[in-house]
Design a protein around this ligand. Structure first.
Ligand SMILES: [Zn+2]
Ligand SMILES: [Zn+2]
Length: 118
């Protein structure tokens, strides 16, 4: 069986021969770079969300879960009632948002994670 032709790694200055785009070392770097870029896009998204969350919590300052249980606890988190799982529409849907305190939110996300394990 003929081996795939080898050529120098695409990384500038690297002379390692490889049949892929990059030698194993630079393949790892390229993957890390992709992740880094994804993180940058995520940050733009986060800035918009932070503004939205601050405005939402001003309008809904109390934890909805605690309020149902008759406790008045300041909300610090805007929770997605239905887990958005990366769905932007669900993520930004105001009907899908509720104010929660950190401990209610942690309890909720913990049980959601449990759900995905099963
Ligand atoms: Zn290389
Ligand atoms: Zn709460």
């Amino acid at each position: 069986m003929p081996a795939k032709p080898k050529h120098p790694c695409n990384h500038i200055g690297c002379t390692e021969l490889t049949s892929e785009r990059y030698c194993p070392q630079h393949q790892q770097d390229a993957r890390r770079y992709d992740r880094h870029r994804a993180g940058a896009a995520q940050r733009g998204y986060d800035a918009r969300w932070r503004r939205y969350r601050a405005a939402f919590l001003r309008r809904h300052p109390l934890c909805a879960e605690c309020e149902r249980a008759g406790r008045l606890t300041p909300a610090t988190v805007v929770d997605h009632i239905v887990a958005h799982k990366g769905n932007r529409q669900l993520f930004w849907d105001p009907d899908n948002h509720q104010p929660l305190c950190a401990s209610c939110h942690n309890r909720k996300t913990a049980s959601e994670d449990m759900g995905t394990w099963m």
